[in-house]
Design a protein. Structure first.
Lengths: 247, 339, 256
């Protein structure tokens, strides 16, 4: 499996170090990153996207510098509270990534309209964000990050601000989406069970500032995964192992 | 020692003795509080100077008057006078006439200080404009509206008005200095000196030299004062005219007093204003009847002139505009009678 | 719903104005107030009817000057705000200059503009532009900066250029601020044009007011003032209508 994301000895910080000596490699897999609030999870994602420079170490994305990967439009990004453009309809919001940086050729064979349909939002395709529920908005955010068919998908607690039932639905949605295509996903969350449910590996960041990699847990649960897997004993063992690393 | 003390006391008494004619005993007449509002900012306009001097020398007090001196900034003096929130003010005779004619404002002119039109038209001294006819093809400015004097000059000079470009200019004389207009309306006692000090001497087209009727500043009051407090009017005029006489006799002292009100103004410019206006206050009539004398014929001539050239829209009875009954009694044989 | 509500608002406003006018009418008649102190509303209205043509012509001239000044002032303000939003050093240099402009009293500057630009429409447009400049600068700047930082990051991960981010994110984010700035600035521009006309003009409502004041002709003076107010109200309504169309997605527009 080729390495899509590689961080070697990376440290980063603004007014003081936030992360220290991070070594992380992500291939064609889903890696969940868990940690307490303030442990540097968001900083990690910004490092990978190249939105901030490391104070030490190197970051490689698809074999090139993150800035190059951005120019080639290979990165998808979903934040916790998707700030969709309120002046654009659902359709227009999902189309936006195709309108910028047109020089970069994307592989998207799936049209924005089809993505909206895949998210079950066809009826609302001409609605404006203020007319949608939180869950619907996050679906739109997902659709717009996938419309460019990115090889790397960075997700910063994308379900954190939603209610439990919606979170469940969207988790199933994510699993379905990730099944289709070879992608490297880095999924930041504070929800340990969610991490175990979704990921192939769970990496724990933590400790006193600056945060370091405390360890990782390989998730050996079979795919495709359904809600039923949460009742298995193995699921809880894995959750406990992650929890231990966090403490 | 004692001799010195007595000498000092005698000198002290001598210095404080009243210099001029005896004053009336204040207890005889109750003191009347009045407000005088000058028609513009503090400066050496002759009626203003008269009042400043009268105040400084205590003449108002001698006439049992307590005068509060105010200055108008935007023409509010007319309304204040009309509503009797001020009792005395100043205004050009033509303006008084316009107010009475157009809106029935109850103003009355009671003394004619400026015996001729206070305005004229200035051109730069180095300009080729020498006669009225030379105004054709030129830019002529007007301040608020095209004035009757302008229209009369155009008519008298045989100027083809269609060949003159008339522009509204505002109140900054620099437009003449930097050539934005060729002919600029000025107050004869004021802007020519200002412009000269800017390095731009000017020549004047004076309506008076073309035989056009014109009158300058008056003292004015309201009809209510004339009807109900004529003696107060008399006393005010008497004190003011005495102050005016003192100013004419000692102009430096007069400017000293003016500068106390006109802080920040240029002293030499104020002196120019005073000299010019004193000159404009004197003619054969005043040499016989005293400064401020009024002539009904002049008022009729002015009224007809304004009517002819659109200065007033409809005619007006001059007796509603002025009265000379106060000024007449103040002079005897051309000299101010002090009582 | 919006049209009906506007009608209701308008009726309420008109009723209030009519009420005030009635009180003034009774007052001036009962106390026999002379017209050069306070004209009766009926006299003002009658005069407006007689001079309707004059008021309309002069009103359109002042409106033209104000509109041109508004466009000019807003254009310069937006350009400057863009520069300032782009670079913090520019922001630090330009903002104090903008404050200097704001603090200079228009009344003092107006005669200078007439000196520099002559007697035509130029000085009036310049003054209207000057008075429009600062509110629009502040509103543009705050609006452009108000773009959501997370969204900026999102567009950056897509490899969008600074210009694309400006076009797709910053300008639309700034629109609500620009509209609210326009409400203020349009009326200020009107006042600026009027002040410009006071220092040397032969046309326009400002000039009508100036001459009326000199002649103590208060009926036409108030008439001109009312026409100015009407223009201001109409302009505001126009901006409001445009705002509701363009900003239909904005939370405030949605709520009202």
């Amino acid at each position: 499996m080729s390495v899509a994301i590689a961080l070697h000895n990376v440290s980063a910080g603004y007014q003081g170090p936030v992360l220290r000596d991070i070594d992380l490699e992500v291939g064609n897999e889903v890696v969940a990153v868990v940690g307490r609030s303030g442990s540097g999870k968001t900083t990690l994602l910004r490092l990978i996207a190249g939105l901030i420079e490391p104070t030490a170490g190197t970051v490689d994305l698809l074999g090139v510098a993150p800035a190059v990967a951005r120019r080639r439009k290979r990165i998808g990004f979903v934040a916790q509270d998707a700030r969709l453009h309120p002046w654009r309809t659902v359709r227009e919001n999902v189309t936006l990534p195709l309108e910028v940086n047109r020089n970069a050729r994307t592989n998207g064979h799936v049209t924005p309209e089809e993505w909206v349909a895949r998210m079950g939002l066809s009826e609302a395709i001409d609605a404006y964000p203020h007319q949608l529920s939180g869950g619907m908005r996050q679906r739109v955010a997902l659709a717009r990050s996938l419309v460019i068919d990115p090889e790397v998908l960075l997700m910063d607690e994308p379900l954190a601000s939603l209610d439990e039932l919606t979170r469940e639905d969207l988790r199933d949605e994510l699993l379905r989406l990730w099944e289709g295509r070879a992608r490297s996903v880095v999924y930041v969350t504070h929800d340990i069970e969610e991490a175990v449910f979704l990921a192939d590996r769970v990496v724990v960041i933590g400790g006193q500032r600056p945060g370091r990699v405390r360890g990782e847990v390989r998730i050996t649960l079979a795919r495709p995964r359904t809600k039923a897997v949460r009742r298995e004993g193995r699921f809880h063992d894995l959750v406990e192992r992650v929890r231990t690393l966090l403490a | 020692m004692r001799a010195l003390a007595v000498l000092a006391a005698v000198l002290l008494v001598a210095c404080n003795a009243p210099a001029a004619a005896p004053s009336p005993s204040p207890s005889a007449v109750p003191v009347e509080k009045v407000t005088f509002i000058a028609g513009f900012k503090p400066q050496a306009d002759l009626p203003f100077v008269a009042v400043y001097m009268a105040q400084a020398k205590g003449y108002f007090r001698d006439q049992s008057l307590e005068v509060d001196i105010q200055h108008a900034t935007q023409g509010e003096h007319v309304q204040l006078l009309a509503t009797d929130r001020a009792q005395f003010s100043t205004g050009a005779a033509g303006d008084v006439m316009k107010r009475v004619a157009s809106a029935g404002v109850p103003l009355v002119a009671i003394a004619q200080i400026g015996q001729r039109d206070e305005q004229s038209f200035a051109v730069r001294a180095d300009s080729p404009i020498r006669t009225l006819k030379d105004w054709e093809g030129r830019l002529v400015g007007y301040k608020t509206t095209v004035s009757a004097a302008y229209l009369a000059l155009v008519s008298v000079g045989g100027v083809d008005r269609t060949k003159v470009r008339e522009v509204a200019v505002g109140f900054d004389p620099r437009v003449l200095a930097d050539g934005r207009v060729d002919v600029y309306p000025v107050f004869t006692a004021n802007e020519p000196d200002t412009l000269a000090r800017l390095g731009i001497p000017v020549r004047l087209f004076d309506p008076a030299t073309y035989g056009l009727p014109g009158l300058g500043l008056t003292f004015m009051t309201n009809q209510q004062m004339v009807d109900t407090k004529p003696d107060v009017v008399t006393r005010f005029l008497r004190a003011s005219l005495r102050g005016l006489a003192d100013a004419i006799a000692d102009r430096d002292a007069a400017i000293d007093v003016v500068m106390k009100y006109a802080t920040g103004e240029d002293r030499a410019h104020q002196r120019y204003m005073l000299d010019t206006e004193i000159d404009a206050a004197q003619n054969d009539l005043t040499r016989t009847n005293g400064i401020g004398a009024m002539s009904r014929d002049s008022y009729v001539a002015l009224r007809d002139f304004l009517l002819q050239y659109g200065g007033i829209a409809k005619t007006v009875d001059v007796d509603a505009v002025f009265t000379d009954r106060f000024i007449k009694d103040l002079y005897k044989d051309g000299r101010l009678v002090w009582r | 719903m919006t049209a009906r509500r506007t009608l209701v608002d308008l009726s309420v406003a008109l009723a209030a104005i009519a009420g005030i006018a009635l009180v003034l009418e009774l007052w001036t008649r009962a106390l026999r107030v002379p017209s050069y102190l306070l004209p009766a509303p009926s006299a003002v209205v009658a005069r407006m009817a007689t001079d309707a043509g004059l008021l309309a012509r002069e009103g359109s001239i002042t409106l033209g000057e104000a509109a041109a000044g508004f466009v000019l002032g807003t254009g310069i303000a937006f350009a400057l705000a863009t520069a300032m939003a782009w670079s913090r050093p520019l922001e630090r240099t330009l903002f104090p200059l903008a404050i200097l402009v704001k603090l200079t009293p228009i009344i003092a500057i107006a005669p200078l503009f007439t000196l520099w630009f002559g007697f035509g429409t130029a000085p009036k447009v310049a003054i209207a532009a000057l008075i429009t400049f600062f509110p629009m600068l502040v509103n543009s700047f705050v609006g452009l900066r108000s773009a959501d930082l997370q969204e900026v990051a999102f567009l950056q991960t897509l490899g969008a250029s600074g210009r694309e981010i400006f076009r797709h994110l910053r300008v639309p984010s700034a629109l609500p601020y620009l509209f609210s700035g326009a409400r203020i600035s349009l009326n200020l521009a009107l006042i600026g044009a009027v002040i410009g006309e006071w220092t040397g003009a032969d046309r326009g409502l400002g000039r009508v007011i100036f001459v009326a004041n000199a002649n103590l002709d208060l009926t036409i003076l108030f008439g001109a003032v009312l026409v100015l107010a009407a223009i201001g109200i109409a302009a505001n309504a126009l901006v409001g209508a445009a705002e509701r169309r363009v900003l239909h997605w904005h939370p405030i527009a949605v709520a009202t």
